[in-house]
Write a protein that binds this ligand. Structure first.
Ligand code: SAH
Length: 363
């Protein structure tokens, strides 16, 4: 489970994907074709601001250049295989990749704007006991363009939905919390975030982006030094190594004390409060003693706990606790003055972002 190489997801034999270029790379590419560098900015804007999926759409480029570009480059273009609307403005997409694989992404509506929960891998290596994503094993990393395109497809969809247009017409927040482990596809994930941040494109602030990890310690430390102030979210789910070993195999490699040290390092370097995700699983990690242990673990840290009542995955046998038990756990953390929230349970009605839609579809 090492951190994969920088050029994660790039497949040999394919023409370069313009959706995976940073603005500078785009300009360099155009210059290498004998064009002025402003053409790069134009193409970048077509791809990201206008969601162009083909060179033909780029009407302010000379026809000869459009033809030439089509010969030497491609633009990743995910296909919407299914789109399901849930309650409260949640929409779940199943998106087809060029090689026949598919990934899922979820759009969520909050009072503060539209958030995109996107995938970074097809499948996952981490094999957390309660999660559907790892159940089918790992298939491959996504490329930067494939990660970015999940957001672009949501924007395209939003631009075509007149009733929503007047309110929030674009994705304003991005969380790498779909299928896959972003820090196991480090290069592509970080590059995708930089592309989404580019002024010439969507211009999303890093402060509106979240990287969620099961706790790959070297990746957390590397991200702390990356110079991009994204929110780090650590999927903790257990307050002791004994329990975490059981439900998250990655803990045997990077146990809780190492994860906590890396989290403090991240908070120190970036000044950003780290979020700890804690999925409450009935009779596994949801007891009052565990809530007290969790409070002890986080005392004095620049941290925030997000409690998620489990989305039960049929084959796994784990259950969601009662509302009372969730509230009791919450109250204990509150009393210990640990900042804590309970996640709004978006998407339960449409098999939320835990690998469930893809698995249903692939059967
Ligand atoms: N690999 C990354 C990001 C993808 S998982 C990570 O581990 O953080 C996104 C979040 O969903 C994680 O917090 C994960 O633990 C959680 N999750 C997975 N299966 C779940 C389920 N059945 N119910 C609730 N949360 C789940």
């Amino acid at each position: 489970m090492s951190i994969s190489s920088e050029e994660a997801g790039s497949r040999p034999g394919l023409k370069p994907d313009l959706k995976g270029f940073l603005p500078d790379e785009m300009s360099e590419f155009l210059v290498s074709m004998g064009e002025p560098s402003y053409r790069g900015t134009q193409v970048f804007s077509w791809v990201h601001q206008k969601c162009a999926a083909s060179f033909d759409e780029m009407t302010n480029l000379p026809v000869a250049l459009r033809r030439k570009l089509a010969e030497v480059a491609r633009i990743t273009n995910l296909e919407v295989l299914s789109r399901r609307s849930g309650t409260e403005g949640t929409v779940k997409y199943l998106l087809g990749l060029g090689d026949g694989n598919s990934v899922e992404a979820v759009r969520m509506k909050y009072t503060y704007g539209m958030s995109a929960c996107v995938s970074t891998q097809v499948g996952c290596k981490m094999a957390c006991a309660f999660c559907a994503s790892g159940a089918g094993g790992f298939v491959r990393n996504l490329s930067p363009g494939e990660i970015v395109d999940q957001v672009l497809k949501m924007n395209l969809d939003l631009s075509q939905a007149p009733q929503e247009q007047s309110r929030v017409a674009r994705v304003g927040w991005v969380v790498l919390m779909g299928t896959g482990e972003p820090l196991d596809n480090y290069g592509a994930s970080v590059k995708a975030l930089r592309i989404l941040n580019a002024r010439e494109g969507l211009n999303l602030s890093f402060r509106r982006m979240t990287v969620s990890t099961c706790g790959l310690v070297p990746g957390i430390r590397r991200l702390a030094e990356e110079g991009i102030p994204v929110t780090l979210s650590i999927s903790l789910h257990a307050p002791t190594d004994e329990l975490r070993d059981e439900i998250m195999p990655i803990n045997r490699r990077y146990p809780i004390p190492e994860v906590m040290e890396a989290a403090s390092f991240y908070a120190g370097r970036t000044g950003r409060r780290v979020t700890f995700e804690y999925a409450l699983i009935r009779d596994v990690n949801d007891g009052p003693a565990q809530a007290r242990k969790l409070s002890e673990l986080l005392r004095g840290m620049l941290a925030h706990v997000n409690l998620i009542p489990l989305n039960p995955v049929a084959e796994k046998g784990y259950q969601r606790p009662s509302r009372e038990r969730v509230m009791r756990f919450f109250a204990i953390l509150r009393q210990a003055r640990i900042p804590v929230t309970i996640r709004r349970e978006l998407g339960l009605d449409i098999d939320a972002a835990c690998g469930q839609l893809r698995r249903r579809y692939c059967r």
